[in-house]
Design a binder for this molecule. Structure first.
Ligand code: EPU
Length: 417
């Protein structure tokens, strides 16, 4: 297993190239199951979750090749409709094949995701939506088995905003008979990109990006090309890297409209941010003002940036109350940040972070993707050496993290334990 050895205390300076968004690429890959032929996606990051999805689609009979610039997926021979436990347990997003398989092949067998490091994360809303569209859903030996004739359009009000739930039902509705209306739908940029791609494939969708999406099902879709949007969470993570090290970074390409809430919050902490074309330039002066934070669905501050923001607040000039409103158990980084000297107390979904003058290096352990990112950020600012073990979590979601950080001056090495 690999670990990172990080010597903190260097202000980062230079340009970082932002990769395509993992959470946009995953539904676009699943979407290929909706149409027979060769699908081509550009700007797909080289990450473990992408490799897992290629394996998942390959297992169904698709032929996938991650070249440059295209990731090609040939879906002419899909003959297996299963997402096995071995793959789903390493990547919950495997459930994204459920909607496309049910819509196009009338059957799917997908392992239940089970618990994960950031909470229970059920898929009841995905299943309820498919049932409203006429699918029969059963649980057999830990698997969700879905059977359907052609799905029917339906009105689907979500009890809670769910990103992959919205994506699954958007894909299912694209081939259903009649009109589907998703209410309280997720408004995340990744949902919008999926809707735009589906439209390029021949789907009829209105309202993506708002909380009501109407989809008029069509008989057939055909393959289309698309370039994955820049990763807004990667942008946010490197903005915090500039702030926490008192450095100055230029990040591109990025979509300013995708990172507004994060930029605004970081400006409140004292980071200076400028938009220059498709680049964001950020400059920190080492003074960090404490700010409170609540996570929200888009366009609010994303839960996927909560841990990184907390790392920054550990060095703030006062106290910060951080409230996690999306997941019930997303404070796994707290104990590890404490090992670096942070002063954090949690109470249910809130954490009170009192800024300390400095963090000091220690061995810490990564627990999930974003928690791991927060530990790397804290380590970049800490005195002496920090080792972050179990970095396979980071390999799931940050492309070439240590190369990108080294290139802007960080002292970070990958070591095989
Ligand atoms: N929920 C339910 N029932 C459902 C679906 C969701 O109760 O059927 C609850 C969840 O337990 C959670 C809330 O609704 O409390 C929101 O979960 P959501 O479904 O939106 O999360 P997700 O779709 O499983 C995606 C991202 C996550 C990101 C969340 C929230 C992908 C592949 N994953 O997950 O990304 O945190 O939306 O924005 O898009 C990450 O990249 O590190 C990551 C975890």
């Amino acid at each position: 297993m690999d670990k990172f050895v990080i010597e903190g205390g260097v202000p980062l300076r230079g340009r970082i190239a932002i990769s395509g968004a993992k959470n946009a690429a995953l539904p676009l890959m699943a979407c290929s199951l909706l149409a027979r032929g060769e699908h081509r996606l550009a700007n797909v990051p080289r990450l473990r979750d992408i490799a897992t999805t290629m394996k998942l689609l390959g297992n169904m009979g698709a032929v996938c090749e991650h070249g440059d610039p295209w990731l090609r997926i040939d879906t002419r021979r899909i003959e297996n409709f299963e997402a096995p436990y071995e793959l789903v347990k390493t990547m919950r997003a495997s459930v994204l094949v459920l909607g496309p398989l049910a819509a196009r092949y009338g059957r799917a067998r997908v392992s239940l995701p089970g618990g994960c490091a950031i909470g229970a994360r059920p898929i009841n809303l995905h299943l309820k939506g498919l049932e409203s569209m006429g699918a029969r859903v059963e649980l057999e030996h830990g698997y969700v088995v879905v059977r359907a004739e052609r799905l029917r359009g339906a009105r689907i009000p979500f009890d809670q905003v769910t990103v992959t739930g919205t994506e699954n039902l958007l894909m299912a509705a694209a081939l259903a008979d009649g009109v589907t209306v998703l209410e309280n739908a997720a408004r995340e940029p990744e949902v919008v990109q999926l809707a735009e791609h589906l439209c390029a494939m021949g789907a009829r969708i209105e309202g993506a990006g708002s909380s009501v999406i109407a989809i008029e099902g069509v008989e057939e879709l055909s393959p289309a090309e698309c370039a994955v949007i820049p990763d807004r969470i990667e942008v946010g993570t490197y903005l915090v890297a500039a702030a926490i090290t008192g450095g100055s970074l230029s990040l591109s390409p990025c979509r300013p409209d995708h990172v507004e809430a994060v930029v605004k919050k970081l400006e409140g902490t004292g980071l200076k941010v400028r938009y220059r074309g498709d680049a964001l330039e950020a400059e920190g002066d080492g003074e960090i003002r404490s700010q409170d934070l609540k996570t929200w669905p888009f366009p609010g501050f994303p839960t996927d940036m909560q841990a990184q923001f907390m790392a920054l607040m550990t060095l703030g000039d006062g106290a910060s109350v951080i409230t996690e409103q999306i997941f019930e158990n997303r404070f796994m980084h707290v104990e590890e940040l404490r090992r670096l000297g942070a002063d954090i107390r949690t109470d249910g979904r809130s954490a009170v972070v009192r800024g300390v003058p400095k963090l000091s290096g220690a061995p810490v352990m990564a627990t999930d993707l974003r928690a791991s990112a927060s530990l790397v950020l804290a380590a970049l600012a800490a005195e002496n050496t920090t080792t972050v073990s179990r970095i396979y979590h980071l390999d799931r979601g940050y492309e070439a993290l240590e190369d990108k950080l080294s290139a802007v001056g960080a002292r970070i090495r990958r070591v095989n334990e």
